[in-house]
Design a protein around this ligand. Structure first.
Ligand code: SAM
Length: 224
């Protein structure tokens, strides 16, 4: 899978892509991430990519020209399955969306800044708008990184044990059951006996039951 990020603050993304699962996916050659600095596509002396909003009100807006130029440049090289704009008024990211996007070949992720991007970018270039929650961040970089992390760990071959992602919360509309590791007893707190029984069927039954109980208690909405 190839992901092209378009941002006016590339520095915010570099460290994130050099650690953990996303780094592993890239080292294995399963995921390629390219970060494009919007300022490289500005056709003015000061590399300005934003301008004042039309009408009254404060705040700068990312201009359409550099974004269009960057997107067209990328599209000349390959076809893209999605051109995604990270925005608080987009479709809310969930595990289902991450599963679907993890099967795509090439995607572009556009990070907004300031008040956002000129509406004509959204009307003419964007195929999908994604929000990571009902709150407003200063820029789309962190939101885009969240999206890439959620997708990256689902791409076949990225996790050393692929079944691990399948047993995470939300994969089957349930929260994940409790998990334990050594020591067997800590300050009087014991690991549930069933997990030490070696009986796979019983362990599976226990996990399903606990996942259901936890979901009923904390996220009953997932069960409806
Ligand atoms: N004026 C916009 C609004 O009210 O919807 C908010 C702009 S926000 C300050 C700047 C940029 O941060 C957005 O263009 C978007 O790329 C990103 N952003 C902020 N919150 C986000 C969220 N919850 N999900 C995804 N992207 C977000």
């Amino acid at each position: 899978m190839r992901i092209d990020f378009i941002t006016c603050l590339p520095e915010l993304l570099y460290s994130f892509f050099n650690y953990s699962i996303v780094k592993r996916a890239q080292s294995k050659g399963i995921l390629t991430i390219n970060v494009h600095n919007l300022r490289d596509y500005a056709n003015n002396k000061h590399k300005q990519v934003d301008d004042y909003a039309y009408g009254v009100g404060a705040g700068m807006v990312l201009k359409i020209e550099p974004i269009d130029s960057c997107v067209q440049n990328l599209k000349k090289e390959r076809e893209y399955d999605e051109v995604i704009y990270m925005t608080p008024d987009g479709e809310k990211l969930d595990q289902k969306m991450a599963n679907t996007l993890s099967l795509k070949k090439n995607i572009i992720i556009l990070c907004g800044h300031y008040k956002g991007v000129d509406q004509r970018v959204r009307d003419s270039l964007i195929t999908k708008e994604v929000s990571i929650g009902d709150y407003v961040l200063s820029g789309g970089e962190l939101a885009g990184a969240v999206l890439v992390d959620s997708i990256g760990r689902l791409i076949p071959g990225v996790l050393s044990d692929e079944t691990s992602a399948l047993t995470d919360s939300f994969q089957d509309n349930l929260l994940a059951p409790p998990i334990y590791t050594r020591p067997r007893e800590y300050k009087g707190m014991e690991v549930p006996e069933v997990l030490l029984s070696g009986n796979d069927a019983k362990i599976e039954e226990w996990r399903s039951e606990l996942a259901l109980q936890k979901t009923k208690k904390f996220r009953p909405d997932l069960l409806t």
